[in-house]
Design a protein. Sequence first.
Length: 303
Amino acid sequence: MTRIGGFLITYNRPQVVVDTITKLESQTIPLEVIWVIDNSTNNETKESICALNNKKIRYYRVGYNAGPAGGAKIGLRECLKENVDWIYWGDDNDPPIFPDSLERLIREVSKEAAKCSIGIIGTVGHFFDNNLGVIKKTPSHLLLGNGLLEVDCIAGNMTMMVNKRVLEAGVYPDPDLFFGFEELDFCLQVKKQGFGIYVDKAQYRELRKHFNKTDTNRSIYKKKTFNSLPREYYSVRNLLFIASTNGYKEMKTRLIIKCMAKSLFGFRYGIKYGTKNAKYVLMGLFHFLIDKKGETMTLKNGH
């Protein structure tokens, strides 16, 4: 029988993580064990978890903000010790959308017993152009029918589940990335080890309908809110590190050129926005050049 465990990464949001645990428990196939990886700066989350009095919940206090990347590495490591076959990778505020999401994923995997190399499954995934350094949304025509579709990466917070064989092969997220594209980096390493990454086509279609996202085209540049601009810093920095680590020379060159263009393009939205945008984009480039990783920029809600 397939055993499923999982973890949730949280930061100073005790009620949010409790609500997500409740939703996970209502899945048609509940997780056998749920690790709460707590990056928080206080004891409120621990107190909320203890109040649940649920024997399947495990609590891990990190002691500092390890970010989603560091938290995921700890969560995967602790879940592997539980001897589960599949590990759900989750954030505190993004439970599966459908109550039978986990059951449907496991059912699709069981139909593909010959694909013993399945390393990751999920409900939404994309393709990755390692020359352009761009994540490309999956075209709708590839999602026709039922079964699994092989992709390059699973989208964040889209019921990503990791097979224990991946971890037994020594593949873990890079905690130095802290925040931003940690799932992409992990997926690229998983594929390098010869594992496949798949999505459930039926759930993918249903989620597009649920979120009303049928357009697979991306805009060249989208204005960010002022509060989200620090995230742009991590996106720029981490994509450059991913390009460098994987030897994607053309991608790295294109990203550097794109950084320079982005730093100027933001001024079309005014001096104030343009200045702040340029600050974060160029700082991301600079920190890549001096090999500065980890948490270097405070984010709203800590991650």
